[in-house]
Design a protein around this ligand. Structure first.
Ligand code: HEM
Length: 125
């Protein structure tokens, strides 16, 4: 159960699955993000489920299935501008609300995701 982790505190695998589902519904409808994402987001959602499970202290599913995370390197093929970073974070902010994640976990999660999103930028506007 990964005691003491955000993963456990928010409800574990079910909560992460709901979060990524709400998130990719928004990504797939966001005009700034559509151009760089695949039409079918099923596999993207699966990978993000693995990643966020691991990121918030659950089992290391991403590493198990995909190897070393090296997130910035995996994003280099995509032009991630400040506008796209903001769009990504906006989708995540709304998905956290839709998933009803309680404080203080909601804010802690959004702060960590914000730092990671800044790190993913690789293209000026
Ligand atoms: C993959 C965009 C930030 C985690 C991707 C893909 C795109 C993308 C286009 C490829 C989708 C696919 O082919 O399946 C963006 C944009 C971001 C962003 C525009 C804005 C800053 C983040 C952040 C995280 C993240 C902050 C983690 C907290 C992932 C993961 C994958 C992925 C886990 C799958 C990597 C793989 O296994 O190949 N992202 N991303 N992304 N992204 Fe992001």
């Amino acid at each position: 159960n990964y005691p003491g982790t955000i993963f456990e505190a928010i409800g574990g695998a079910d909560t992460i699955a709901q979060l990524v589902h709400h998130f990719y519904k928004r990504v797939g409808a966001h005009p700034d993000l559509i151009p760089i994402f695949p039409d079918d987001l099923t596999e993207t959602e699966q990978k993000q489920y693995w990643f966020l499970t691991q990121f918030f202290g659950g089992p290391a599913l991403f590493t198990l299935n995909r190897g070393h995370p090296m997130m910035r390197r995996r994003h280099l093929p995509f032009e991630i501008t400040p506008t796209r970073r903001d769009a990504w974070l906006q989708c995540m902010d709304k998905a956290l609300d839709e998933t009803n994640i309680d404080e203080p976990y909601r804010t802690a999660m959004f702060e960590r995701l914000t730092m990671t999103a800044h790190h993913m930028m690789n293209t000026p506007e």
